[in-house]
Design a protein. Structure first.
Length: 341
């Protein structure tokens, strides 16, 4: 979607509006900001206390009148005012005065976002004085950022494992042919880890600790010997407690989670046009997004699906890189079948 106020001299800014992180790309500088999409408010004084990393560090450590929140959840905007404030502050931090001169802004959105969601995103960015505003589907941007030749007639099979949403797509001639989405994403996994640790180890842990487990322990590799010392509250007496956990402790849990993702992929394949079946079998499946970094995930899906599966380089930043490339080739992007006016 675009609000046309044309100016060739305008700077281009890309924003990856993720449920857990916001990344900003600026023409000529590349990715200049990568921070949690989090904001902290003082509800008494109605003031913003912190955003990004500083806001996350306040979570669970402040008085009850201070609210720490993520305005985007499961790929949907839950608080427009909070999101607008958060993006405005981070945009000023990342782009400085560039953001004041009618920049061209492109932002990522879920592939199945409604027209209303697109309009809200556009209005929020236009309120900052943007000359032109574009939106791009997250898996399409991730495909571009991963080097997938999306303009080819042959089909490409990509699954974006984000924090708030999982989106599988088949792309041909620059357009998303079919898609399938689910909320079994990174945030779901984080919450499930908290429940699992409390149920199986009698330890109440924070979201931050659960995220560390996700990055440092969760694995499908049977030879993975990693271990990590975590701290939390004893579920019985609420006393402080430390616990050494190992990857093998989470083997069945991780397998159960990946089976949920597998069902999404299988359902997407059932929607695939027969003409693209050979392309998908030949090219295989590309995994992108931060949750794609689970050890052993490639081998798991290769065995289950019977096709080549690989995780793209730097999967967590594929979306913002793709947005940057789309902006650098904006005229070509607007001519593609995936572009929506």
């Amino acid at each position: 979607m675009k609000i046309p106020i044309f100016n060739k001299l305008n700077k281009k800014i890309g924003i990856d509006l993720g449920s857990s992180r916001i990344r900003i790309w600026v023409d000529g500088s590349g990715v200049v900001l990568d921070e949690p999409s989090c904001i902290a408010f003082d509800t008494k004084n109605k003031t913003v206390l912190a955003v990004g990393t500083e806001a996350v560090e306040m979570d669970g450590r402040v008085a009850s009148h201070i609210t720490v929140m993520y305005p985007i959840m499961n790929g949907e905007i839950y608080d427009i005012a909070a999101l607008s404030t958060l993006v405005k502050i981070l945009l000023g931090k990342a782009a400085g005065t560039i953001a004041l001169y009618n920049p061209i802004i492109m932002a990522s959105i879920p592939v199945e976002a409604t027209q209303a969601d697109r309009e809200v995103t556009t209005q929020v960015l236009h309120s900052f004085g943007a000359g032109e505003v574009y939106t791009i589907a997250q898996p399409l941007a991730a495909s571009i950022g991963s080097g997938v030749p999306i303009a080819d007639a042959s089909g490409s099979f990509v699954v974006y494992l984000g924090a708030g949403i999982v989106e599988g797509v088949i792309i041909s001639l620059g357009s998303i042919i079919v898609s399938q989405s689910s909320e079994y994403a990174g945030e779901y996994l984080t919450n499930a880890i908290q429940v699992f640790v409390q149920k199986n180890f009698g330890l109440i842990i924070s979201k931050s600790t659960a995220n560390k487990i996700k990055k440092k322990v969760i694995s499908l590799d049977l030879n993975d010997q990693r271990e990590h010392l975590i701290a939390g509250q004893d579920a019985l007496d609420e006393s402080p407690k430390e616990l050494l956990i190992k990857s093998k402790d989470f083997a069945d849990f991780t397998l159960s989670y990946l089976e949920k993702i597998e069902s999404i992929v299988v359902e997407l394949l059932s929607k695939m046009p027969p003409e693209l079946a050979v392309d998908v079998i030949d090219k295989g499946l590309l995994l992108t997004g931060g949750t794609a970094q689970i050890l052993g995930i490639e081998a798991y899906f290769t065995q289950k699906l019977g096709i080549p599966v690989s995780v793209v380089d730097e999967p967590g930043t594929a979306v913002i890189k793709g947005i940057g490339q789309a902006l650098e080739n904006l005229d070509l992007f607007k001519q593609s079948l995936g572009y929506q006016e």
